[in-house]
Every structure is written in C-alpha cells, then in structure tokens.
Design a protein around this ligand. Structure first.
Ligand SMILES: C[S@@+](CC[C@H](N)C(=O)[O-])C[C@H]1O[C@@H](n2cnc3c(N)ncnc32)[C@H](O)[C@@H]1O
Length: 243
C-alpha cells in the first residue's frame, strides 16, 4: 500500500473519488434505503426555482441521483453532470442517458480544476460535493467564474446547524447507525468513516454563508431540509451579481 493510499481520507481528499469507485455499484441501494435522500434532493432543486430551459452544471453528480431532479425541473434545458469517479459516472450514464437523451451529458473531471469557459452555466447544483473539496474556498471562486452574471448556485450539503445539539446528534447518528449499516451493505467502512469526520469538520451554515460572500456571491441563504435531517442538512443558495 502506498503512503498516500494508507493516509486517512480526511487528509487526502483527492483520493475520495477513487474510494467512491469501490462502492459505485451499491451506492444507489444505500441511498434508496436512506429515507428522504431523493425527496431532499428534489426539494433543494425546487428551491432553485428554475425556469425550465437553463444550462445547469451538476457538480459531483455521482450516480446521477442529483442529476435526475435537475433534469425533471428542466424540460427544455440541458444538464452536464461532472464527477471524478469513473465507477459513479458509469452508473449515472446507465441510469439516465437513455431516458433523457441529448438533454444530459456526463464528463469525468476534477471539480477542483474544471475545464469549462468562463460564464458557461445559468445555474450550478452541487449535492454532497463541496465538503469533499481539498480547498472549498478556491472551488467557490472557480464556480463563480463559471456562472453567467445573474446565475444561481445551489449547494445541498451536510452542514451541522449552529446549535449545541447538532454535533452530538450527528456523531451518534453517524457512528451508531450510518457507518455500521453502510459497511454491511457495501463491504467497506473507509468512505463512511470519512463521511462522519468530513461533516464534523465542514463549515457550519453561518460560516459557509460567509465563505460564499467572500467569493463574491450575493443574496446568500441557508435553509434546513426536513424532519430528522433538519439539524444536519441544508440547501444553500446564492447568486452571481448581474454584470
Ligand atoms: C456523496 S456523492 C454525491 C453524489 C450525488 N451528487 C448525489 O447527490 O447522490 C459525492 C461525489 O463527489 C465525487 N467527488 C469527490 N471529489 C470530487 C472531485 N474532486 N471532483 C469531482 N467529483 C468528486 C465523488 O466521486 C462522488 O461521486
């Protein structure tokens, strides 16, 4: 085992997509059994209030679970799904390419180093992605450049509410249920132990809003998701100012 591959993922985030390759074939089952996973993604996309004809980047699209609600909200639009895990993208293509035809395309790219011209997208959706970036602030600055003036960015992300109980709640839920359950389902625990740690270390909603402001975005908002996910999962929205 190389030194990099034995490093904890939390200290080696560029290795995260390779870890997703290992669970790609079980990812849809694990998220299907996660109550609210699909409806939460739909709600975040609904909150964007898309017109229906936009060009949208679904960054860190995985197996396409986040791409599907974008496509459903865009009957005349186009979605580019980007991920850096070949295995996850293979599943995304199998799940969506035939049904949505030319309205969707998938590209293998590193979200920290995207190859698109400036002002390429009307909107960007990033679900469970920004937390995995080695430098989230640099990623935000890059996404700002890729948005058209007036365009909207939306993050659907685990971010522990600015309340005393959110962290113990997440640690009990994570180590008591998510890690054991998902390990049995997928045969590996590494990516799920990383999930718990990366959420614990990620910015709280108030701090993430400040990071969005610092990157130049305006009209930034954070809204919790529903039910038992409310203390841990948020929709963040922001806009690039009109030119
Ligand atoms: C938890 S999954 C989320 C997938 C999908 N958005 C969803 O809602 O189900 C996180 C995804 O981020 C991808 N990812 C992590 N780091 C990345 C990077 N640097 N560039 C592109 N994709 C990355 C992983 O490969 C994985 O598919």
């Amino acid at each position: 085992m190389s030194e990099a591959s034995s490093m904890p993922l939390i200290e080696n985030k560029p290795a995260v997509p390779k870890e997703f390759n290992k669970i790609a074939r079980r990812y849809d089952l694990a998220t299907f059994l996660n109550q609210g996973y699909a409806s939460d993604l739909r709600l975040s996309v609904e909150r964007m209030g898309l017109q229906g004809d936009e060009k949208v980047l679904d960054l860190c699209c995985g197996t396409g679970k986040s791409t599907r609600p974008c496509l459903e909200a865009l009957p005349k639009g186009h979605v580019i799904g980007v991920d850096f895990s070949e295995g996850m993208l293979e599943m995304a293509k199998a799940n969506l390419s035939e049904k949505f035809g030319e309205r969707v395309e998938f590209q293998l790219q590193d979200a920290m180093n995207l190859d698109f011209p400036e002002a390429s997208f009307d909107a960007i959706f990033m679900a469970y992605g920004i937390r995995n970036m080695s430098d989230p602030e640099a990623c935000l600055r890059q996404l700002y450049r890729l948005l058209k003036p007036g365009g909207q960015i939306c993050f659907h992300e685990y971010s522990l509410a600015d309340r005393w109980y959110a962290r113990p709640y997440w640690l009990v839920l994570g180590y008591g249920f998510v890690v054991p359950f998902c390990t049995v389902l997928t045969g590996t625990s590494r990516i799920f132990r990383y999930l718990i740690k990366s959420v614990d270390r990620f910015l709280r909603p108030s701090a993430f809003l400040k990071a969005l402001d610092a990157a130049g975005f305006v009209r930034t908002t954070a809204q919790p998701l529903r039910s038992w996910r409310a203390p841990i999962l948020h929709t963040f929205r922001a806009y690039k100012p009109e030119a």
